[in-house]
Design a protein. Structure first.
Length: 144
């Protein structure tokens, strides 16, 4: 039988567990709130279409709003999706694997694929973002 962990280690583990529970609760709350963005996005897009084709009116801010709502939906909903295991994976053996194997697959997938891709996107896009913000670049839609 392994020795009991020290009180200091127990305190650290308890604090970490409370932090994890809090982060999961925040993710769940944000994810549920963000789900309404999908409805809002559909309504804004419907308005854009009706205004354009029925009344011959075009509002660029509404068109761009759909793009921004779409981005917000995916960016803010990603943590909720991961929390509830709704992300896409190749489910050849994962479905029938024991919980510890699933945990390892998730950990390795995050460390080998998710984090490096996030880092690559950040590294590749940061110069463009900085230069765009430096000149207060606006939407290309207004130039039409």
């Amino acid at each position: 039988m392994p020795p009991a962990p020290s009180p200091a280690l127990n305190a650290i583990l308890n604090a970490a567990q409370r932090l994890i529970i809090w982060i999961n609760a925040v993710n769940d709350t944000i994810g549920r709130a963000v789900s309404y963005i999908a409805i809002l996005m559909v309504l804004v897009q419907l308005s854009v279409v009706v205004l354009r084709y029925v009344f011959s009116l075009n509002f660029i801010m509404m068109q761009e709003g759909v793009v921004y709502l779409h981005a917000a939906l995916f960016m803010l909903g990603a943590a909720y999706t991961l929390l509830h295991e709704g992300h896409v994976r190749v489910d050849i053996f994962y479905r029938t694997a024991p919980a510890n194997v699933k945990a390892w697959v998730d950990l390795i997938g995050a460390l080998v694929f998710l984090l490096p891709i996030c880092g690559l996107i950040l590294w590749a896009s940061l110069p463009y973002v900085v230069s765009s913000w430096a000149v207060f670049e606006g939407s290309p839609e207004t130039k039409r």
